[in-house]
Design a protein around this ligand. Structure first.
Ligand code: GLY
Ligand code: MN
Ligand code: MN
Length: 436
């Protein structure tokens, strides 16, 4: 543990304690029990699914893989971490990391499949994946919505400690992306590329913040493509890798699109144009910017790009008005990032009003104004998705699309470029290293 990171973590905990004290007071609770959660068991089996600790538990501890742990927060008192680490000769019990929060908290080690009995002088709340029966036994309010909303809100802007962790997660992921590109260049199949990524970023698959998306050719058009083809395709036209890493719970979420030996030169040009578009959007990030407006700007720039490269033959204005750009990019420009890859608080204003996405952009996960301290992804995309292009062919807008060119490019699947950006008082800082 570096002293710098330890000091930053202690500052982070101080801020958390202050915020939690205020929030618990305001909501009338004398104590809060945060449950880390537990893995689901496969039906009729003794095997468990992969597990990730609850976000609010990670906010304090950064431990993404600690089941059956309970954190007790009481205003003015030291946090108590009930660490589930029973004597077990089948498994290695969880041990404490060398991190500053461990000294900051009181740690009680034991068996906690059932919750500890907290000593609290007044009303208690419990949050997490807890049954009503357990909450009743604790005499605690279960997941009170207004309390959860207030706790989500303090995760929206990141402390210096959290940014340091996000930066380290990005460094790890960047190593993986370089290895993935190299594995593609040397003829690797999707499975080889995925394994090269894991090895270089020093992660086992169950530790990833989300399943690696490794798409060769047309698979790059499947936004969350989930398979790893073990054989190399005959034509190696393109590779899209959307993959991250965790550092102390904090997630990187990076995408790169690479050319291969069989890439159409126009597709290579489109990748460069999308990289430039992404950098232009990043250059404009600043506090006060409405992310819905930035998303709309991404669509305007995408329309210009499609016209400039003759994928769209009509005007950029018509392409926008007719929803043509939405068929080429159906996802949102970005989202908040933290201990969850799609972090909480993206669709609510700072004072608690819901901010649903515009009806024509339902997949936009971040709909609020940017603030210094937020960490967001910027991930414009351009895809050839048969399911979305087919209906476009039936519409009036069909005349505006250069279908022969679309058919030429479609075997490349698509392009996404994604970086992780911290909003600062002055503008923005890119946490994603150059990957080249
Ligand atoms: N990796 C999922 C996303 O980019 O949102
Ligand atoms: Mn993302
Ligand atoms: Mn991603």
């Amino acid at each position: 543990m570096t002293d710098v990171l330890a000091a930053l973590q202690l500052d982070h905990l101080d801020r958390l304690e202050r915020c939690y004290d205020d929030i618990l007071d305001a909501h009338g609770y004398a104590g809060l029990l945060i449950y880390s959660g537990h893995p689901a068991r496969h039906y009729g089996d003794d095997q468990e699914a992969s597990f990730c600790s609850y976000g609010h538990f990670q906010h304090w501890t950064g431990q993404a893989g600690w089941p059956h742990c309970w954190l007790l927060i009481r205003p003015g008192k030291r946090p108590v971490c009930h660490l589930h680490a029973p004597d077990d000769f089948w498994h290695l019990p969880t041990s404490l990391p060398d991190q500053a929060w461990v000294e900051h908290c009181e740690v009680v080690t034991g068996r906690f499949e059932t919750p500890p009995k907290p000593e609290v002088d007044g009303p208690l709340a419990v949050i997490g994946d807890v049954s009503h029966e357990t909450a009743r036994a604790l005499k605690a309010k279960l997941n009170p919505p207004t309390l959860l909303a207030a706790l989500d809100e303090i995760r929206v802007c990141k402390s210096e400690y959290e940014v340091a962790c996000l930066l380290d997660a990005n460094r790890l992921a960047a190593r993986g992306h370089l290895a993935a590109r190299d594995a593609f260049e040397t003829g690797g199949a999707e499975l080889d590329i995925h394994l090269a990524y894991l090895q270089a970023s020093r992660q086992r698959e169950s530790e990833l913040p989300y399943g690696n998306i490794v798409g060769l050719g047309q698979h790059a058009a499947v936004l969350h493509y989930q398979h790893y083809d073990p054989s190399t395709p005959v034509s190696r036209r393109s590779l899209l890798v959307d993959a991250g890493a965790r550092y102390r719970g904090y997630c990187a979420d990076i995408t790169r699109t690479w050319t291969g030996p069989d890439t159409d030169p126009l597709f290579a040009t489109l990748i460069t144009a999308m990289e430039t578009l992404q950098q232009r959007l990043i250059a404009d990030l600043r506090p006060g910017l409405d992310f819905v407006e930035l998303h709309a700007r991404m669509h305007r720039e995408l329309a210009d790009l499609l016209v400039a490269h003759e994928v769209v033959t009509g005007s950029a204005e018509a392409a926008l008005a007719n929803g043509v750009t939405r068929a080429f990019c159906p996802h949102g420009l970005g989202h908040l990032l933290g201990v969850q890859v799609h972090d909480v608080g993206g669709q609510v204003s700072g004072d608690g009003h819901p901010l649903p996405p515009p009806p024509e952009h339902p997949a936009l996960r971040l709909t609020r104004e940017l603030e210094a301290g937020m960490v967001v992804t910027i991930e414009p995309g351009l895809y050839f998705i048969p399911l979305l292009l087919a209906p476009l062919r039936q519409e009036a807008a069909s005349h505006d699309v250069n279908w022969p060119l679309v058919e030429r490019l479609a075997p490349h699947g698509g392009i996404r470029i994604e970086d992780n950006i911290r909003i600062t008082a002055q503008g923005a800082e890119n946490l994603t290293p150059r990957i080249e």
